[in-house]
Design a protein around this ligand. Structure first.
Ligand code: FES
Length: 105
């Protein structure tokens, strides 16, 4: 079973895509033409997988670990709903998750 995601790209266009459970959100986003660079490959060290989670979903995801929070704190475009998509493991209950790709820094 796949998970549907609603992804708003950097032009403001919304796309509905599918992702596999038990993979990181970043793994799906980096496959998109308009997706994330994910330069470090998910090691939580580059922040090029930065996304904004839709407000109604923020509290449904596990809280940030300290290394994710530390890296986000260094970003110019950080917002309260910022997450590093490599640190989010997709689960079936995230079906319908909506997010926006953050600007590149
Ligand atoms: S892919 Fe580098 S921090 Fe997420």
């Amino acid at each position: 079973m796949s998970i549907r995601l609603k992804v708003v790209d950097r032009n403001g266009d919304e796309h509905e895509i599918e992702a596999a459970p038990e993979t990181s959100l970043m793994e799906t986003l980096r496959e998109l033409d308009y997706g994330v660079a994910a330069i470090c490959g998910g090691m939580c060290s580059c922040a090029t997988c930065h996304v904004y989670i839709a407000p109604e979903w923020v509290d449904k995801l596990p809280a940030r670990q300290s290394d994710e929070g530390d890296l986000l704190a260094e970003l110019q475009f950080r917002q309260d709903n910022s997450r590093l998509s490599c640190q989010i493991q997709l689960k079936a209950e995230y079906d319908g998750l909506r997010l926006t790709l953050a600007p590149e820094e």
